[in-house]
Design a protein around this ligand. Sequence first.
Ligand code: PLP
Length: 392
Amino acid sequence: MKCAGPIDVRDVDESSINIDPIQVGGRLTPEAMKAIIAYGDGYSICDNCRKPFRLDYIKTPPVDVFMRDLAAFLHMDVARVVPGARRGFQAVADTYVERGDPVLITALSHYTEVLAIESRGGLIREIPKTTENLITPDATAGKIEDVTRETGKTPSLIFIDHVDYQYGNLHPVREIIKAVHQYDIPVLLNGAYTAGIMEVDGKDLEADFIVGSGHKSMAAPAPSGVLAATAERGSEVFRTTSVKTDVTSRTFGIKEVEMMGCTLMGVTLVGMMASFPRVQERVRRWDQELANGNLVVDALKSIQGTEIRSEYPRKHTLTRVDTTKSFDIVAKNHKKRGYFFSSALKTKGIAGIIPGATQVWKFNTYGMTRAQAEHVASSFKEIAAENGLSVL
Ligand SMILES: *Cc1c(COP(=O)(O)O)cnc(C)c1O
């Protein structure tokens, strides 16, 4: 079946249990699906835009209320929608990073943080991780000291990942932020894997900024995301235009420079808004999500030779697993080679693992029912047993 021309219908989430790490938290709610059909046209959000002509003032639909609700949801003073977490990083980097400024990220940071700093000509330095793949307050303070000695400047900004994309580990961000604030450096908390998935309280964590991803963790279409800030930092990153042009003497009202005036103008924003009530509710069921995740992780652990690379017990549903000494040994002698694994999973209705991967791979159980988690857990064990691996 085709959508149009050569474009296939996509039904991975209807036809299978998807465990793709980056996709599961972004899947749309039925409400978002309806909203995006109605708001598919370009600039559709602008129907009822009136003075002072800015996205966060639109009352129909209630974008103004949504922006305030978003800030409250993250326990921050002010929030704006952005086209992806990466554009949130960029707005903050644009505000604080000058050419040559040292900026800290972590050894587990996402490439988009690097690019946001690189585009400003900032000097990127990484906070090292422990052997358990965690970032600590001590390592953070140590790196600030090192970099200050190296460059003669304190870092102008620090990015900390709340849960990193490589291991899905939950870092002690409250303590890290406390350490950073001893040096008076603003902290951007990267909540791409947490905001919209679990409760995130920016006030308690004392974050200067929280960035979230709509299409990764808030059941919203891509590209969407949120940039939230404290009132003080918000006045810096959400500063308004002050330009008057020379020939026509035009001024541009209260357009926000880093937001390029307006950001999300149709499906993305309205999709995000339509899913938001369910997102607010689902973060309260995080313990059930963790229980499902641990069920699957325990099944994998029971397969001899399989090692969980993420912290254990799990504090997030994204997990990195090493099957070099289990499924990869099977792959060596299997006629389908490494493809046997993804192909066996497919037979059991499970999708989202990179075809051919049998060494180190990641999966995410977010959004499963208990029955689905049980099915995934027993499927891993069955595939192991069918291929001669011993299961405890
Ligand atoms: C996915 C991801 C991003 C990028 O998010 P976008 O919304 O696609 O820009 C940034 N950081 C981390 C840790 C991620 O996992």
